[in-house]
Design a protein around this ligand. Structure first.
Ligand SMILES: [Ca+2]
Ligand SMILES: [Ca+2]
Length: 345
């Protein structure tokens, strides 16, 4: 549950980053150094209008319908393990003290507890998508916020009648699942996955990769990118050797309205996660903290086999030290350096 809350927060952060890319012309005008009286007066009028506009500080109302999957092998997942509804209000910190969400029936009012400065979230798990969609049906979702420096403020986001789940569930390729068993933190880790399309009436689709430290739950990497992309590289040095991670891949179908100050989003997300492990000591194939002849006797037959997807290659293709899908001279040169060092760092 805690992890899912973090996921939703992060997904919302990406929406924020999209919003922040829009121009903020009011601030540019306010920084003018002109001493001309009328120019200053005009700026003051503009600033006054901005200050009196309550909605200027409410930056987003985001609604997420989500299905979560776990992939434990090269076979794509088919059954979700959980479903979630989430609604999130984002304001400038201190502008709002509390918030509620009124459902399309006009009478059901749900609390949106504060989850951080300027961030309010309602979230509810479900056992299937039918009850998820029925409990939060099409229509207007009205967020009423109060307190803080803004006073009462109301924001509405509309869920269209037709849901727009992605047309495919995110799935890493079998080669990527293999590479995730023994990743080398010193090299880029290439993730490959399936293509998908956001069906109408979605406005667009977007992909996210979010990697959590399995022990601490903290986010160690996150990136949003084009939905048409079927590969994404985790840069070398992002991960730490000898650790376990959970790597989430999101396909998000989105309908979004941005009116210059306020972003309103309704997203239908599929998210698949897989376990990701980094080797503690590159080249130490028998994990005894030394890289020596015993490891070479494991490396040599893998070098002869060459391709990681050969059935005779050990699971996870541990001898593929640079994680490119084959055990060749590039891996041998990495192995040779570790063999020379002998003792694991
Ligand atoms: Ca060893
Ligand atoms: Ca290799």
């Amino acid at each position: 549950m805690a992890m899912l809350k973090r996921i939703e927060r992060l997904a919302g952060a990406w929406v924020d980053s999209i919003v922040e890319n829009e121009p903020h012309t009011g601030a540019a005008q306010g920084s003018s150094r002109s001493r001309h009286f009328w120019w200053i007066a005009a700026v003051l009028i503009v600033l006054g209008l901005l200050a009196s506009s309550a909605r200027a500080a409410v930056t987003a109302l985001d609604v997420f319908y989500s299905q979560y999957y776990y992939q434990f092998s090269g076979t794509p997942p088919t059954f979700p393990y959980s479903y979630y509804y989430a609604a999130r209000l984002t304001t400038d910190p201190g502008d709002v003290a509390s918030a509620t969400l009124t459902l399309p029936d006009g009478t059901t009012v749900l609390p949106m507890p504060s989850i951080g400065p300027g961030s309010f979230l309602y979230q509810q798990p479900f056992f299937d998508d039918t009850s998820l969609l029925a409990s939060f049906p099409a229509g207007d979702y009205v967020c009423n916020a109060s307190g803080g420096t803004l006073g009462p403020v109301q924001v509405t986001v509309n869920r269209k009648p037709q849901p727009y789940w992605p047309d495919s569930v995110p799935a890493y390729t079998a080669a990527t699942i293999t590479a995730m068993q023994n990743a080398n933190a010193a090299f880029d880790l290439g993730l490959e996955f399936n293509a998908w399309v956001a069906p109408a009436p979605a406005d667009f689709g977007v992909n996210f990769v979010i990697i959590y430290d399995a022990l601490t739950g903290s986010v160690v990497y996150s990136a949003g990118f084009n939905a048409a992309d079927t590969a994404h590289a985790i840069p070398a040095g992002t991960l730490t050797r000898g650790r376990s991670y959970n790597a989430f891949l999101y396909f998000s179908g989105r309908s979004q309205i941005f009116d210059g100050t306020l972003n309103r989003l309704v997203a239908y997300d599929y998210a698949t996660y897989a376990s990701l492990f980094t080797v503690a000591c590159v080249g130490d194939l028998n994990r005894d903290s030394f890289v020596d002849d015993a490891d070479f006797s494991i490396f040599a037959p893998a070098y002869d086999t060459l391709l990681c997807d050969e059935p005779t290659m050990p699971f996870g293709c541990p001898a593929d030290l640079n994680r490119d899908g084959s055990v060749d001279d590039a891996d041998f040169s990495i192995f040779a350096a570790a063999y020379n060092d002998l003792i694991c760092p």
